[in-house]
Design a protein around this ligand. Structure first.
Ligand code: ZN
Ligand code: ZN
Length: 420
């Protein structure tokens, strides 16, 4: 099916040609899910030149940006208490996860990277079109050392959590190599490791590094031989330094980084994936969502530093992406993460983070910009984004989500295959 978007203003991620004449307006031609034309809008001829078989969207007054990409999403993060998540059958968690994916698509996210959990079943259900969802890339359960961020049991129980829906405790180089190979066998996009303490886990202060460098190197080596890469959860500068030295490509959170580490990241061409909304939402609503008192205290340790980390990283030349990291009922704040990053780095930079930079991070050369030959994953915002940046994070009537050339959501609601 062909689609024509008439008289749209391009947001960032647009081609230079599309921007010709300053804030010029363009027509977008979409054939078989791919952008086949980006041409200056001509009020006299554009409409007549439209293919009669094409569905037309009138976009006068609206802004079109590339479909959003969330590089730190948790489909299986159906609550803030991981013991409670693991007490539910995987099929139930998968169905709840599918609903969380659908909600993300309705907001304008056309691709997500799930960095703790996900499995081949959910991925197949999505690619077979059984559920409406963004394109779904997953790492499988995040790898954690005993007593690390993915070890979900309180220390007094004297056991480790073993294999959960979102994390798996694996110690030692040989066991890690096997665990990585198993993940790629089931279709993992990349590998996630816990390289420092975290907020929701019970026995690991945030400031400590996790996994030996030898273990991290083994994981990076295995992933590298699959042309894939490693994403590491890490807050303190020391933990980030060790991870990047071991070859980790994607630093998740990174709130406590300093200038020296930011420079090291830039040098190594590592990415930072800030997850600003997670701390903000947990701070306001963690209590109601089931976060422990200790978790709330740990959250405050990193909350204040998140936006500074984004600024430091950008100043050092780090490629800064974007992620949400919202668990349980907090998921409805996903778009609010864009607002927080705009506060830190501005509208243009944030949009690039959530589209072009994230696409590069995810090794997806077919999306993240509006250009001929790229996938028609698009978000139409009802107004002039340059004048009103809140159009990006507020779900107003007229918001239209297009995935692979098909209108999949309108006004925040998912549409069926027939467009109704
Ligand atoms: Zn994390
Ligand atoms: Zn996370």
């Amino acid at each position: 099916m062909n689609l024509t978007i008439l008289d749209a203003q391009l947001g960032t991620g647009a081609t230079d040609r599309g921007r010709a004449g300053g804030r010029g307006r363009v027509d977008l031609e979409i054939v078989d899910g791919v952008i086949s034309g980006v041409t200056p809008h001509d009020p006299d001829t554009s409409r007549r030149a439209t293919d009669p078989g094409s569905t037309v969207i009138e976009a006068a007054g609206a802004t079109v940006v590339p479909g959003l990409i969330d590089a730190h999403f948790h489909a299986y993060g159906v609550g803030l208490d991981s013991l409670e998540i693991n007490a539910q059958p995987l099929s139930l968690v998968g169905i709840k996860g599918a609903a969380r994916c659908g909600a993300a698509l309705a907001r304008g996210f056309t691709t997500v990277r799930d960095v703790a959990g996900g499995d081949a079943g959910l991925a197949a259900a999505i690619s077979e079109g059984l559920v409406a969802a963004p394109e779904y890339l997953f790492t499988g359960p995040a790898l954690s050392q005993t007593g690390g961020h993915g070890d979900e049991h309180p220390g007094v129980l004297n056991l480790c959590s073993g294999h959960g829906h979102m994390g798996e405790v694996v110690d030692g180089v040989d066991a890690l190599r096997t665990a990585v190979r198993r993940r790629f066998r089931m279709g993992a996009h990349a590998i996630k490791v816990m390289a420092s303490g975290g907020v929701v886990s019970p026995t690991d202060p945030i400031r400590f590094s996790q996994y030996s460098e030898e273990e991290l190197r083994a994981v990076v080596d295995e992933a590298g031989r699959r042309d894939s890469y490693v994403a590491a959860h890490a807050y303190p500068a020391q933990a980030i330094r060790r991870a990047v030295r071991a070859g980790v490509r994607s630093i998740e959170h990174g709130n406590l980084l300093d200038q020296q580490v930011a420079e090291q990241m830039a040098e190594a061409e590592a990415f930072l994936v800030p997850t600003l909304i997670a701390y903000d939402a947990m701070n306001r609503r963690g209590d109601e969502a089931g976060l422990s008192a200790d978790g709330l205290r740990k959250n405050r340790e990193v909350l204040q530093r998140g936006q500074d980390a984004v600024r430091l990283a950008l100043a050092a030349g780090v490629q800064v992406g974007w992620g949400s990291d919202l668990m349980g009922s907090l998921e409805d704040e996903q778009l609010g993460g864009l607002r927080l990053q705009v506060d830190a780095s501005g509208l243009e930079e944030t949009l690039r983070s959530a589209t072009e930079v994230n696409a590069r991070l995810l090794q997806l050369s077919d999306r993240g910009r509006i250009e001929e030959g790229l996938r028609a994953d698009l978000l139409i915002l009802p107004g002039d984004l340059a004048d009103d940046p809140s159009l990006l994070w507020e779900e107003r009537p007229g918001r239209v989500v297009i995935k692979e050339g098909r209108v999949v959501a309108r006004d925040g609601r998912l549409l069926g295959p027939d467009g109704s």
